[in-house]
Design a protein around this ligand. Structure first.
Ligand SMILES: Cc1cc2nc3c(=O)[nH]c(=O)nc-3n(C[C@H](O)[C@H](O)[C@H](O)COP(=O)(O)OP(=O)(O)OC[C@H]3O[C@@H](n4cnc5c(N)ncnc54)[C@H](O)[C@@H]3O)c2cc1C
Length: 383
């Protein structure tokens, strides 16, 4: 059985990010095996995040796409905000995969196996075994996994944001390229939280997404019907070509991710709890998590936590919002609208990236209409 220092199972955003930081560290000579069942050449998703400058892992061989402003719209009211020192950055996943894989190819000590992982086995010794469909069994000292085999049974019943997105090209000018429309609440939100998201590349092209918070399964035809209606009824666009489609289901929960008992199996990405419960944004936390893993191994030779640890107070704020989304969805547009209307947008985004201090958090939250938060506290329940 071939043995490695590290095996990384799942080479999506998190697996590739971890290799990227490993290869930039003193651990670059370790014998590493990477396993994924896809070629990672397809453009399968679009990632956005906000920061002052593009992150070091941001693809460098393609033109930088970013925006300076965002807007939140509820009924006829729209709040627009300039991001000041921040930008809202855009990554095409295929550009990201290509550049990280090109970097990996320069390291002969790193092998890429295209196969399906069937099982990850704990062994009695201090190593981990990976069973693949066609290539046999491999073992390593530490295994980093982002493949979501081991979702807890109640995972099916947690709140998720399900969404579909289309990149559309129109004949006539239909979009305003200056600002990303982060949330456009169209329905009254009486029984559900749902909104549309528009990334305008120019006046004629945009990525449009419809997002719904639900405990149910993703229903793509229904989500696509909503998207088509939005284009027609809200944006007045009836003729368009669709050049790219994406869809997803991101967990929105502050409940514990499944326990992982083996000391040498480290979870990454969504599986490690990197999706921010109240927003679903994951890319930025994946970067923080993967960097912190590499730094810790360099300093101590091991990884002390087997998942991403969110600071407790941010988990608490997230859950207050999730509780409102589940019980009083009609309040959601006002919460996000007010948050951006009454505070500087860069401070709100810093808060959503969990990089504010307690005084900044008090300053943001104290400006909001309090009654719904008190109601959420009095009826506190974890979601
Ligand atoms: C369409 C979409 C858009 C998103 N947009 C944003 C965004 O704008 N901003 C943001 O912050 N977050 C966004 N997210 C959330 C999050 O950033 C992504 O889901 C991210 O890709 C999660 O990374 P991951 O490594 O955990 O999972 P993935 O990137 O999904 O990687 C998992 C990998 O495991 C492989 N795999 C699965 N099963 C097996 C198996 N049995 N054997 C071998 N390999 C296997 C897959 O091929 C895949 O490469 C988006 C998610 C989706 C789906």
């Amino acid at each position: 059985m071939a043995t490695y220092d590290y095996i990384i199972t799942g080479l999506g955003c998190a697996g590739l990010s971890l290799v990227y930081y490993l290869l930039d560290s003193p651990l670059r000579d370790k014998k590493i095996l990477l396993i994924d069942n896809s070629s990672k050449t397809e453009n399968d998703r679009t990632w956005c995040y906000w920061a002052e400058n593009p992150l070091e892992i941001h693809p460098k061989n393609t033109p930088l796409v970013s925006w300076d402003s965002i807007k939140i719209t509820e009924a006829k009211k729209s709040v627009s905000a300039h991001l000041r020192n921040l930008k809202y950055f855009h990554i095409k996943s295929s550009d990201f995969y290509k550049e990280v894989i090109e970097k990996i190819k320069r390291f002969p000590n790193v092998s890429f196996l295209r196969d399906s992982v069937e099982k990850i086995e704990n062994t009695e010794e201090s190593s981990v075994r990976v069973v693949t469909s066609k290539s046999g069994i491999f073992s390593s000292e530490i295994l980093f996994n982002s493949i979501p085999f081991s979702l807890a049974p109640k995972e099916n019943n947690i709140l998720k944001q399900v969404f579909v997105g289309w990149k559309v090209a129109c004949q006539k000018d239909s979009f305003s390229p200056d600002a990303v429309s982060l949330m456009h609440f169209v329905s009254e939100q009486k029984t559900k939280t749902d909104f549309f998201y528009v990334l305008p590349y120019n006046k004629k092209e945009a990525l449009i997404e419809y997002t719904l918070y639900t405990k149910g399964d993703i229903d793509i035809p229904m989500l696509e019907r909503e998207l088509a209606n939005y284009l027609n009824n809200q944006l007045g666009v009836s003729e368009y070509d669709i050049s790219f489609k994406e869809s997803g289901s991101i967990p929105m929960t502050t409940l514990e991710t499944p326990a992982n008992t083996h000391p040498n199996i480290i979870h990454l990405g969504t599986l490690a709890g990197c999706s921010k419960p109240s927003t679903g944004y994951t890319f930025y936390d994946i970067q923080k998590h993967c960097k912190s893993i590499v730094n810790e191994i360099v300093l101590t030779g091991k990884v002390s936590s087997k998942k991403w640890n969110r600071k407790a107070r941010f988990g608490f704020y997230d859950n207050i919002i999730l509780n409102i989304a589940v019980k009083w969805p009609a309040a959601m547009p006002q919460i996000f609208g007010q948050m951006f209307a009454l505070n500087k947008a860069n401070l709100v985004l810093k808060f959503l990236n969990e990089e504010t201090n307690i005084w900044e958090e008090i300053s943001i939250l104290s400006k909001l209409k309090f009654s719904i938060f008190i109601k959420s506290l009095l009826n506190y329940e974890k979601h």
